[in-house]
Design a protein around this ligand. Structure first.
Ligand code: ASP
Length: 345
């Protein structure tokens, strides 16, 4: 049961939850906030004090970017003392990026920030929107002995609560849109909401929230595939102003043993570009040195992303490059888990 005195801030950014079909094109597009409110009469009866902040206009999350992450983080900062928890309504396409980015930006978070959305618009009969939103509100306001049960940036979807920076969108068709392949769920919602406390991270309460919104977008992803050419690799490594590259490798962090690949990566590393190895597999961790095919990456100065999601490593790099100027500082922060985003083996 939701505590009657609880207060939640609802931040509506957009996404399918707040869309309807355009009568001319048939394509889904955002509706305005007043119409959205008409679809949610239940909000008045949930026994929680709430305020809504709509982003105008609503955005499809494919248009999400670090400026909007900053806006969300600053809204949370401004309203931090007045609410028990925060629910962010967001499109599913890039929700895992936003949740990852906010987990780095909200340093020493001690209140719940729960992202949710829907696979079908709120106005449709079979929509998953209300169930997701109402359960997210319940989780955001769930306290025990005066302390929030889940003081983390999370994604709640269908019946599962995940750590935000461990999630990936896995499904564009079914209601279970997300998964966390390398970390267990934080809660399961059935008749009751069952929290798995051993997996939830708790920050010290005596430190204040510190919002860090500096980011640097000069990050690229280099996805390896059999037959990739030197030209393709060089084109990516020589992007102007490039500061970091995530190499999406095979299996446990392996790559072709081509001399030109080793030379190109080594040269990029010597130019000060930070190189990080992340596997194309969803489950498991990078283990450079396990196979001979990963030794060249190690010798070229490539770092490990361990079992990080692509969403978490890209946003972690953007955040670190924005916050720190010294490559050694950035590399040190890459080798540790900042807010539960990876398991360092
Ligand atoms: N394209 C939509 C978005 O991410 C999809 C969704 O919300 O599920 O905004």
């Amino acid at each position: 049961m939701v505590d009657k005195k609880s207060a939640v801030l609802l931040i509506f950014t957009g996404g399918t939850i707040s869309m309807s079909e355009d009568p001319t094109t048939g394509a889904l597009r955002p509706i305005d906030f007043n119409r959205l409110q008409d679809f949610m009469p239940e909000l008045k009866d949930i026994g929680v004090r709430f305020k809504s902040i709509p982003f105008i206009p609503f955005i499809d999350s494919s248009d999400m970017n670090p400026d909007v992450w900053e806006k969300m983080a600053l809204i949370i900062q401004e309203n931090y003392d007045d609410y028990d928890g925060f629910v962010i309504l967001h499109g599913t396409d890039t929700m895992a990026y936003s949740a990852s980015a906010l987990s780095f930006m909200l340093d020493n978070l001690t209140k719940p920030v729960i992202f949710t959305g829907a696979q079908l618009p709120i106005g449709m009969l079979r929509s998953d929107a209300k169930e997701n939103m109402l359960t997210a509100i319940e989780i955001a306001t769930a306290y025990e002995n005066g302390h929030p049960i889940v003081p983390e940036v999370c994604i709640f979807f269908e019946d599962t609560l995940f750590r935000g920076n461990r999630t990936t969108k896995k499904n564009a068709e079914h209601f279970n849109a997300f998964n966390s392949y390398n970390y267990p769920p934080l809660a399961k919602a059935g008749v009751h909401i069952k929290y798995f406390r051993t997996y939830i991270h708790y920050n010290e309460h005596d430190r204040n929230l510190k919002v860090r919104t500096n980011t640097d977008r000069n990050v690229a992803i280099l996805k390896l595939f059999p037959g990739i050419t030197q030209h393709t690799v060089e084109a990516i490594l020589n992007i102007p102003n490039l500061r970091a590259v995530v190499i999406e490798s095979f299996g446990a962090g392996n790559a072709p043993r081509k001399t030109w690949l080793f030379e190109s990566l080594k040269a990029a590393n010597e130019r000060g570009i930070i190189l990080v190895n992340r596997s194309q597999c969803s489950t498991g961790s990078v283990e450079m040195g396990r196979y001979e095919t990963s030794l060249n990456l190690m010798y070229a100065g490539v770092l490990s992303a361990y079992d990080c999601t692509i969403e978490a490593i890209v946003t972690k790099l953007m955040y670190l490059l924005g916050e720190y100027s010294q490559p050694e500082q950035i590399k040190q922060k890459l080798s540790i888990s900042i807010c539960g985003e990876m398991t360092v083996s």
